[in-house]
Design a protein around this ligand. Sequence first.
Ligand code: ADP
Ligand code: GLC
Length: 489
Amino acid sequence: MKILMVTSEAVPFAKTGGLADAVSALAIALSRLGHDVRVVMPRYYRIDRSKLSLVPGPMGVHSGYQEIWTGLYEGVLPGSKVPVYFIDHEESYGRDGVYGTAGETDFNDNPQRFSLLGHAAFQLCRKIRWFPDIIHAHDWAAALAPIVLKFNERRGEFAQTSSVFTIHNIGYQGVYSKHLFPYTGLSWDNFYAAGFEDWDRMNFLKAGIISSDKLTTVSPTYAKEIQRPEYGFRMDGILRYRSKDLVGILNGVDTDIWNPQTDPLIPSNYGPKTLAKKAVNKAALQKRMGLPVDPDVPVVGIVTRLADQKGVSELFGPAYGSAWRICTEINLQMVVLGAGEQWCENEIASLSHSLPNFRAFIGYDESLSHLIEAGSDFFLMPSRYEPCGLNQMYSLLYGTLPIVRRTGGLADTVENYDEQTGEGTGFSFDNLTPQSILDTVGWAAYAWYNKRDHVNAMRIRGMSRDYSWDGSARHYEEVYSSARPSAGV
Ligand code: ADP
Ligand code: GLC
């Protein structure tokens, strides 16, 4: 099959979260299964043109009010032959930030920027004379591609093309003033027909859900959760309406990057049979973070966007968050790597100053994230919601027991510890409260100090689980095969 991935992020070119990991890894896994997969994304300012090849000639994209002349560059996903096409347009993408910056978290011209991406996907195909069977769009920023397919482009070479839309996070919908709707390049009839209308504003994600032939999300539990008001962010009704076209497929892990036996970013490689060598990484982590190097005290790691989705209010909320009590009442060390909401960064900085067993690095650091996975004993993810979550799977593969709230992909990947039998791969809780987080971390610490044989057996169990992308890619194949043009609403 010929598959075009439309996305605003893909590693290693642009990443704000797990979306970038998931898109690239899925594309590579599908190409290994024999499909002709290609990716299209914007050429953001930070993506170095000198490492790409220019596809000669300008590319005219009719988007919004005008014909926009863009450049087109081509690269490849490292370790594969998957071509990546970059839409080059200085005015739209020639700046820092994917969706925004710290000062302007959501650029006010995002409707123009991501409408351009949606239309450019089709012009790209015409330019390279390659027409996909499937257009697979990811999250709201790519949602215009299936919408344009359905309402403008499904003719000629695209007559048999179907669309699949994957929801990686329903909390981000791309909601803007409807006065910006003309930038989508669609006629006003489509404002209602395509499902953009959302309380008199326009909503890209909602239109993507209404207009795509098939829908997926990134774990089976999240597929069910988003059909309920508590998790649906107001989209639960239309998702229930489309439930026969919606499936949850768990993301995999890119084991070329995340494998403790080969990871070049950690000081000592190890596997289930050489687990003792994990201690070298623990000592290196403690040293790097300025903590006492002590093999006996458990280290709890966190790597996260500091956003409400991740349960950071319950963990770090001033005065009520559980981090202070965790670090003062339990004999452990806590290390945090994260960036995001300002209040939370400030709170974490202040905890670092006042607690001897709490250390944090505020910012984005790929290699430290590997060291935290390898060097920690436990990994904490108290997410409010988690469509899939990658870090708990990295943790399992690195013998670092996850402590998670039982939601979305966390519920699908972490098997709760059973104290009687020693079964399980981690520690789970249901209610997102500071007390539950404290209690569950306390439970993990109890197991560390009193049931070390269980802890070690759980580690080995987690490390032998299969999170490769092959299985997930085969599920996507099934979805592609069942997608038919003009199905859906
Ligand atoms: P989300 O996409 O919701 O942020 P995921 O668990 O799917 O959550 O993916 C997050 C990805 O981003 C992981 O690969 C994680 O290691 C990485 N990450 C998040 N914050 C940081 C950070 N501050 N430094 C390095 N990597 C980070
Ligand atoms: C989103 C979700 C995360 C998921 C990732 C990749 O960013 O928040 O849970 O793992 O997308 O699908």
